[in-house]
Design a protein around this ligand. Structure first.
Ligand code: HEM
Length: 438
């Protein structure tokens, strides 16, 4: 994979997308005319957030829509909840092995990699089992104490003792918690957490000038940051081989698949995946959750008076925010979805964030309701690659919001929300708030 947009060739400057109807000659497709760059241009996501209006139109008029956006390989936008579930259930037919982010036009085919999220069956299962035991509900309950400790430390540092103060909520609260948890699980010592923070920001945010060094292109940024992350984990893996501890890196060095230890590359890719997948996503669920409450204060008050609703509230935050907009699958064979012909080799973009507002899957989907039940959102994907960290992410969210509910006496937005330039990660870069916290 890459959790960040994969750059197999540099997208270059912004170009205007074209209407697609005329280009769908050989294939059945919709007659809906729209600018496909709305679905994939990182700068537009930074400017306007998710394109919910366009997704709603696509769900209604062209749920399987052929898209050509300048700079990208053509793809099908899949926007309905039922279709995304159906595709995700068929991991052999709809492959992850060629990358889970949209390929750029002219990009070379991706070399096969051994990273969990890009393995198809039957190789995927054994690789997942190597680390899965650390992420089951039981294992996460076992970690609760540590999640609690890190959360309290963060809240204590941000406390204002009754005075009004201002902060960037992302930097102060939302980022440190997942960073601390992921680093602790892997065995990265606290002195290196800042380094992890910078490197993941650069990998995920390489399309955003704020995270690039002067003179770097996005592909240079991601290459350099990945190189640094690699070096870091090469050293950590060597240290844990020599002196195993209780952490995931030590466990990975001792793991076997079919009687063989993981190769150095497999080990490195596992570490990178956990760092990239576990950080930014949870950070954005936390910051997006607070933003949702700032915009729906009655729901905050409802939760304060009914704290038992926290589990439902966490899932509603996850549905509402949908930190991952979409991932890609590639069809391994010719097939049909809703009567639309898909050719082997075609890319399908599974818009989880659109599925989470699907009128056929949720009552009143554009309402943020902390007591929503049922709530079968697709925020963590579905099927074979269902997020391995889902229970952990839920534990982090409920812990931090439980403490915020108890200690936050007042909060409101103190300036514009700044979003990351990324079409995959619906990230909030800065969330300025005025607040008072005991
Ligand atoms: C709110 C937070 C999170 C969101 C929205 C999220 C989202 C996702 C999604 C959509 C997938 C599916 C990928 C696909 O189908 O191609 C996924 C997979 C994965 N996630 Fe998460 N994730 C979150 C938190 C975490 C955490 C905390 C960790 C670990 C520390 C984690 C580790 C993984 C891993 C290892 C996979 C790959 C699973 C596989 O391929 O079998 N995630 N995540």
């Amino acid at each position: 994979m890459r959790w960040s947009d994969e750059l197999r060739s540099d997208g270059g400057s912004k170009r205007v997308g074209r209407s697609l109807a005329a280009e769908c000659t050989a294939r059945q497709c919709n007659l809906l005319s729209f600018d496909a760059l709305e679905l994939v241009d990182p700068d537009r996501f930074a400017l306007r957030g998710y394109p919910h209006d366009l997704w709603a139109q696509l769900r209604a008029e062209a749920p399987v829509a052929y898209c050509e956006a300048t700079g990208f390989k053509p793809f099908w936008a899949i926007t309905k909840h039922a279709d995304i579930m159906d595709i995700s259930k068929q991991a052999s037919k709809f492959s992850s092995a060629q990358g889970i982010t949209l390929a750029r036009a002219g990009a070379r085919p991706m070399p096969a990699v051994d990273m969990l999220v890009m393995l198809d069956p039957p190789r995927h299962g054994p690789m997942r089992r190597v680390a899965n035991a650390r992420f089951t509900p039981k294992a996460v309950r076992f970690r609760n104490e540590e999640v609690e400790r890190i959360a309290i430390e963060i809240i204590d540092t941000a406390a204002t003792n009754g005075a009004d103060s201002q902060c960037d909520f992302v930097e102060r609260i939302a980022a440190p918690l997942p960073l601390g948890i992921v680093a602790w699980i892997l065995g990265v010592p606290p002195k290196d957490w800042d380094l992890m923070f910078r490197l993941t920001n650069e990998v995920i945010g390489k399309d955003d000038p704020d995270f690039r060094r002067d003179g770097e292109t996005p592909s240079q940024t991601i290459k350099r940051a990945r190189g640094e992350l690699h070096h870091y984990f090469v050293d950590l893996i060597a240290a844990r081989r020599a002196d195993p501890q209780q952490d995931l890196v030590s466990e990975l060095t001792q793991a076997e698949i079919d009687g063989e230890p993981l190769t150095e590359t497999q080990l490195l890719q596992y570490c990178e995946l956990i760092v990239e997948a576990g950080n930014e996503t949870t950070r954005n669920a936390i910051s997006g959750g607070l933003l949702a409450f700032a915009e729906h204060p009655a729901e905050w008050e409802k939760l304060k008076t009914n704290p038992d609703l926290l589990p439902e509230a966490v899932d509603e935050i996850l549905r509402w925010v949908s930190p991952i907009s979409h991932f890609i699958r590639v069809a391994n064979e010719d097939c049909e979805i809703r009567g639309v012909k898909i050719a082997a080799g075609d890319q399908l973009a599974l818009y989880y964030a659109s599925a989470n507002r699907d009128e056929d899957a949720f009552a009143d989907p554009f309402a943020f309701r902390i007591d929503r039940r049922p709530n079968q959102h697709l925020t963590f994907g579905f099927g074979e690659h269902f997020c391995m960290g889902a229970h952990l992410a839920r534990a982090e969210l409920s812990t931090i919001f439980r403490h915020l509910l108890a200690r936050l006496e007042h909060f409101e937005l103190a300036g514009p929300v700044e979003r990351l330039a990324s079409a995959v990660n619906g990230s909030i870069k800065r969330l300025p708030v005025t607040y008072r916290m005991s």
